[in-house]
Design a binder for this molecule. Sequence first.
Ligand code: ZN
Length: 400
Amino acid sequence: MIDRGRLERHIAELSAIGGKGAAVTRLGLSREEQRARTLVGGWLAARGARVRRDPAANLFARFGSEGPAVLLGSHLDSVPEGGRFDGALGVLSAIEAVESLLDLQAPLRRPIEVVAWADEEGARFGVGLFGSAAAFGRLAPGVAERTDRDGVSIADALRSLGEVGDPALARREPKEFAAYLELHIEQGPRLADAGRALGVVSDIVGIYHARVTLRGRADHAGATIMSARADTLAGAAEMVLAVERIARAHPDGVGTVGEIAVRPGAKNVVPGECVFSIDLRAARAHEDLVRWVLAEVERIAHTRGLQSSVDELARVEVTPLDRGIALLLRRAVKDVGVDAELLVSGAGHDAQNAQLSGVPTGMIFVRSSGGSHTPREFASLDDAALGARALAIALRELAA
Ligand SMILES: [Zn+2]
């Protein structure tokens, strides 16, 4: 049985870490994320799990003995001023699912591991799905040397949390896992619009993240005639509009420039350097979207006499999740009274790294009335408990 009171208490206790009103700021690889791991690890240890942190700061809590485990969980970090449910609800539902299975006192056919992936959001270092990428050997080379705005590297951040500073050491073999299940709030309005509490994910979009650096020339804004300028911000503006235009023309692509910085950054200086982010996603023909945007960035830079360099931060392919697990999850969701639709996830998830590594993976979405990555994100206790019950049913089929 799912204990609604406990679930509610856990949501409240967890969101107090980094919480301010309804907003939660618990960045990846921060002290707040570490405190959240300690709290959650304590709950799991109290139920008899063997709890450990790996060199990428992922938290694993194992029940049962030898053999491939059923893995379930999500992440504990948030974006700056995010909400209480994105990631957190997946970890807390996993705990509820395990608790309800342990309460049955049925022997485990397979071991179970609850996981809290570190730094899923990539808000601080720009590397999303960090912990799961490390665990499944899918980190880009040299990633540990990436720095945040204060010049602190991922390796430094890991060391300050008591790790050795090499996230590649977190690697595990996909064959250690029989399946991976993740519950997450839906990050769009489809479930809410359809009046359904739960959905099952069929595919996750391909994601491309990059940082573009443009170099031109910083000049006096008064004394430099227009034809003699190499203005990086004007070039970036054209590129931002190109991202929008190309994504609009793509059959189901979306493209966003969400961050931009100009140097030296003074009103009377022509911007000599500009750095901006690119986020490109699509469930189909994702590679085309990326290729078209990069070609346009290069063309615009060339036309304007700017130097451009593109630093790829993450590239995750379109990920069809496991069909067998999706069927199992649909049955489980139906058992709790919801005739679930299959949904494509427009947001990236740690589940992608598991599935792309060959671990049969499935996801349940829970309706969120306020979207996500905002303090408005909200899953009702009814919906959350329903999701946890469906997850528990799926877990029982796979592990007990
Ligand atoms: Zn999330």
